[in-house]
Design a protein around this ligand. Structure first.
Ligand code: GLY
Ligand code: MN
Ligand code: MN
Length: 440
């Protein structure tokens, strides 16, 4: 990943400034980079930067740490990074080093990461609050808490030790929850390419193909746009569509079955999250269509609720109601929908939530509740809307025509002053549109 361009550097500086404004001069923020993770023996998984660190630095190397110390005389933004190493760079790739961290990433000061232990007491002393999320990076937890203890031991003679560790949930994650225009441009791109990947998957699906072949169509589309899956792709045909986190993608697709695909590509860290469910042979059966229309109606009704000022709990309430009424109409459940919802009987076929925040993480950060209540939507939030119905093949007391049908429809929606903006509208979801696409 190349160093950020001038406009990106400006955006990154703005994010840091906002965070520093939120934490104030009494605070200091410590944000570690992600570590490399061993896949097997001496092979690593592809490196993926920590989303918080990426959001604030645009720096894509492991073994690094960002420190934000508002008001610090020598500069508030410090980066601790790997040192340059000719030998290692020949084997493993380029490193920015402290010079590059300053010149190309806008750090006020940068040091090799080995200097952090020595410098940390000076950076923390005299600050009341350390904004650092304990429990996420155990190796850093030990060093940082040891540093606070060290300051405490000498604090009778010098500056006071911090008294509080504060997680980044209420500061940084609140910023990440409301996307900037620059973030939305990246997310729109990720959503656009991902929608095209789903279209390609629909077009390439026929009886006899394998789930992994359809996954390959999607992943090829991502890679052709310098993207990769933002999470493990789910490509589940037939009964596999009823397994919510099916990830084997190993079965052959059969005539008459549905295929559920949940896949989204990640671009510059921002991921789409799209699900479509469609017939392997291009034509919905009567039973498939009946269930599908219920899920689609629930999804459209839920999307309409993504408006500024509305409670973020509304989409789930509305989707649950439409689904439950539909389940009663289809004979899957019996009774009064209100009562069925109150007693959670709808969970037999709809057992997950209707959406989540989306951004740098597929299940993105940001609190869902404020003061115990679902928070209101504001423009710039992005949420998925993904109702579904899953009628497991061994469900008892169900019309056999419905057994083994799993349907989810998922789009990514931006909340705007003008109303909900569906970012993933490029892939059809109406029955007639899907059938027309698959016939073309
Ligand atoms: N793909 C993960 C989810 O839909 O939440
Ligand atoms: Mn999904
Ligand atoms: Mn989702």
């Amino acid at each position: 990943m190349p160093a950020p361009a001038a406009a990106e550097l400006k955006e990154l500086a703005l994010r840091r400034a906002r965070l520093m404004e939120a934490i104030g001069r009494d605070g200091v923020a410590i944000i570690p980079a992600a570590r490399e993770v061993v896949r097997n023996r001496d092979v690593h998984y592809k490196f993926r930067q920590d989303s918080d660190f990426w959001y604030l630095t645009g720096f894509n190397e492991p073994e690094a740490m960002a420190v934000l110390a508002p008001g610090r005389a020598e500069g508030a933004f410090l980066l601790f990074v790997r040192e340059r190493n000719k030998e290692r760079e020949i084997w493993d790739g380029r490193r920015a080093g402290p010079e590059g961290a300053v010149a190309d990433y806008g750090a006020d000061q940068a040091f090799v990461v080995g200097d952090l232990a020595n410098m940390l007491p000076g950076l923390l002393a005299g600050r009341g609050k350390v904004y650092y999320t304990l429990g996420e990076h155990p190796e850093w937890d030990v060093r940082i808490t040891a540093c606070v203890r060290e300051i405490r031991e000498v604090s009778r003679r010098g500056p006071a030790a911090p008294t509080e560790f504060v997680s980044l949930d209420t500061s940084l994650h609140e910023l990440r929850l409301v996307k900037t225009e620059a973030e939305l441009a990246l997310l729109r791109h990720a959503c656009g390419v991902s929608a095209r990947a789903h279209v390609r998957a629909m077009r390439s699906t026929t009886p006899g193909r394998w789930e992994w072949q359809v996954a390959a169509e999607i992943h090829n589309e991502f890679e052709n746009h310098q993207m990769e899956p933002g999470y493990g792709s789910i490509v589940g045909g037939g009964h596999n569509s009823c397994i919510l986190h099916y990830k084997e993608n190993e079965a052959q697709l059969r005539d008459g079955d549905l295929l559920l695909i949940d896949a989204g590509g990640e671009y510059h860290g921002y991921t789409a999250d799209i699900t479509r469910s469609f017939p392997v042979n291009g034509r919905f059966s009567g039973a498939q269509k009946a269930v599908y229309e219920v899920v689609l109606a629930a999804q459209l009704a839920a999307i309409a609720e993504l408006r500024p000022g509305n409670s973020s709990g509304r989409p789930h309430e509305v989707a649950t109601r439409v689904l439950t009424e539909g389940m009663v109409a289809l004979g899957l459940l019996k009774g009064d929908p209100d009562e069925l919802i109150k007693t959670e009987q709808h969970r037999r076929f709809y057992m997950h939530g209707t959406g989540h925040w989306l951004g740098l993480d597929v299940h993105d950060v940001g609190r869902y509740k404020l003061d115990g209540q679902p928070r209101p939507f504001v423009p710039g939030m992005v949420m998925t809307v993904e109702p579904g119905l899953y009628i497991a093949p061994d469900s008892e007391g169900v019309d056999p025509r419905f057994l083994g049908i799993g349907i989810r429809i998922e789009d990514d929606v931006l909340i705007t002053e003008r109303g909900p903006e569906v970012l993933t509208g490029g892939v059809p979801k109406r029955v007639a549109d899907i059938e027309a696409l698959m016939a073309s």
